[in-house]
Design a binder for this molecule. Structure first.
Ligand code: PMP
Length: 412
C-alpha cells in the first residue's frame, strides 16, 4: 500500500477540529503524539470486555488481561529487536526508565571518584538522575560537548572516556537539535573503555527503526506517548545479564516470589522490576500503537518525515531573521525544527501561531544546559510526525511569516 499522510491523518480524530477558528495543525509531536482510532478502540475494548488484574487471577478475565499485557511485551520485544521479552520492562516512561538505571545499576556500579559521562544536549530526564547519583556516590558527572554545527562532538567523547568511566548515557535523537547520534559507534567505544551505554530513545523509537542488538546498547529507554500510544507507559530495555545483577527499584506485590516476615525473594525477569498493579491498559494500548506503526512501516514513517523536511527546509531558510538550531545540512536532521524568530520571545511566537491554529512548543524543552550552550535561553520548536502533510508544512511557514509581520509593526 502506498504511503498517504492524508489517509493516515484521517485515523486521528483529534486532528479534525478547528482551533481559534482555524484547522488544527499539530506540530508538537516531540512533546507528545496523537493517538489513532485503533489505539483508542483497543484501550476502550480492554476496559469494556477484559479489565482485570494481571498475573494473579485464574478467572477468564484475569487470563485475558494477562495474555494481552504479555502479548504487548512481546510486541515491544520484536519492535526493538530485543533477544527476549524478559529484557523488556514496562515503566511509566523514559524518565522512570532512566531513573531505574541510575538508581539500581548506578548505585551498585558507580563509587567514589568514578565518572558518569553524558552530553550537553540531554533532556533533563537524562541529566538530573545522574546528578543525583553522582552526589550520592561522590562520583563525577562529565559532559560531552557539541560541535559548532550542533552534532555530538565525538572527539570530546573520546577524550573524556577513561578507565574511571562507569556509565555513558546519551540521547539517540536530540529533542532540540533533531540530530541522530551514532549510537552503534559510541557503544563500541564505551565498551572498549569498560563502561555501559544507556540510551534515551524517546525521540528515536517513534521515528526510525531501532535494533537494540545491532546497536549493542546496554540499556534503552523510551515512552509510549510519543509513538502514538497512551501516556503513563514506557519501556526500559536492558541486557539480561545486567538486569539479573540489578536490585529492583520498587518493592511490593507482583514482583515477589516468597515473602516471610523478615525476608523476601524476587520473581524472575521481567516481573521482578514491576511492583504493584502495572499500567495494563497503557501497555495494551502501546501494543496497538506498535501494530499501527508496523502496518505503515517504520521505514516509511522515517522517509515521510525526511521528505517533509526536504519540502519545508528551503521555505524556512528563505525567511529572514529565522535562526534554526542544529546542523545546517538537512541529511543530518530529523523532523524537529527548533528556532527563534528575530528577537520575538518564543512564547509570543507560539501564542501567535496558536491563533493561526498551529500548535508548536516554546520554552527550554527540558534542556536548560543546551539552551545555555546555544546562548538562547529559550526557543520555539515545531516537530513533525507521520500524519503531518505538506499542507501542514505550508501552514506552518505562512503562520511564521504572519507572526513576523505582526510583531514587526510594533518595532517601527
Ligand atoms: N528524553 C527526551 C529526548 C525527550 O524528548 C523526552 C520527552 N520530552 C524525555 C526524555 C522524557 O520523556 P517522558 O516525559 O515521556 O518520560
Amino acid at each position: 500500500m502506498s504511503f498517504s499522510a492524508d489517509k493516515i491523518k484521517a485515523d486521528f480524530m483529534i486532528l479534525n477540529q478547528l482551533v481559534n477558528e482555524e484547522p488544527l495543525v499539530y506540530l508538537d509531536n516531540a512533546a507528545t503524539s496523537q493517538k489513532p482510532t485503533t489505539v483508542l478502540a483497543t484501550v476502550e475494548q480492554y476496559y469494556r470486555r477484559n479489565n482485570a488484574n494481571v498475573h494473579r487471577g485464574v478467572h477468564t478475565l484475569a487470563e485475558r488481561a494477562t495474555a494481552q499485557y504479555e502479548a504487548a511485551r512481546q510486541k515491544v520485544q520484536h519492535f526493538i529487536h530485543a533477544k527476549e521479552s524478559a529484557e523488556v520492562l514496562f515503566t511509566r516512561g523514559t524518565t522512570t526508565s532512566l531513573n531505574w538505571v541510575a538508581k539500581s545499576y548506578g548505585e551498585a556500579s558507580v563509587h567514589q571518584g568514578d565518572e558518569i559521562l553524558i552530553s550537553v544536549m540531554e533532556h533533563h530526564s537524562n541529566i538530573v538522575p545522574w546528578q543525583q547519583l553522582a552526589k550520592r556516590q561522590q562520583a563525577v558527572l562529565k559532559y560531552i560537548d557539541i560541535t559548532p554545527e550542533g552534532l555530538l562532538d565525538m572527539n570530546s567523547l573520546r577524550s573524556q572516556l577513561t578507565s574511571k568511566t562507569k556509565i555513558v548515557s546519551l540521547a539517540h535523537v536530540s529533542n532540540v537539535l533533531g540530530v541522530v547520534n551514532p549510537i552503534q559507534e559510541i557503544a563500541h567505544l564505551v565498551h572498549e573503555a569498560g563502561a555501559v551505554l544507556v540510551v534515551d530513545g524517546a525521540q528515536a523509537v517513534p521515528h526510525q527503526k531501532v535494533d537494540v542488538q545491532e546497536l549493542d546498547v546496554d540499556f534503552y529507554a523510551f515512552s509510549g506517548h510519543k509513538m502514538l500510544g497512551p501516556t503513563g507507559i514506557g519501556v526500559l530495555y536492558g541486557k539480561r545479564h545486567l538486569l539479573e545483577q540489578m536490585e529492583p527499584v520498587e518493592f511490593g506485590g507482583e514482583m515477589i516470589d516468597i515473602v516471610t516476615e523478615q525476608e523476601s525473594t524476587w520473581k524472575e525477569l521481567p516481573w521482578k522490576f514491576e511492583a504493584g498493579t502495572p499500567n495494563i491498559a497503557g501497555a495494551i494500548g502501546l501494543g496497538a500503537a506498535i501494530d499501527y506503526m508496523e502496518a505503515i512501516g517504520v521505514d516509511n514513517i522515517q522517509q515521510h518525515e525526511q521528505e517533509l523536511m526536504q519540502y519545508l527546509w528551503p521555505k524556512l531558510t528563505a525567511i529572514p531573521g529565522l535562526t534554526i538550531y542544529g546542523p545546517a545540512k538537512l541529511e543530518q536532521r530529523t523532523g524537529i525544527i527548533t528556532f527563534n524568530l528575530e528577537d520575538i520571545h518564543p512564547h509570543d511566537v507560539a501564542t501567535a501561531m496558536d491563533m493561526e491554529g498551529v500548535a508548536i512548543r516554546a520554552g527550554n524543552h527540558c534542556t536548560q544546559p543546551l539552551m545555555t550552550r546555544l546562548g538562547c535561553g529559550s526557543s520555539a520548536r515545531a516537530s513533525f510526525y507521520v500524519y503531518n502533510t505538506t499542507a501542514d508544512a505550508d501552514k506552518f511557514v505562512e503562520a511564521l511569516i504572519a507572526t513576523k509581520e505582526f510583531f514587526s509593526y510594533g518595532t517601527i
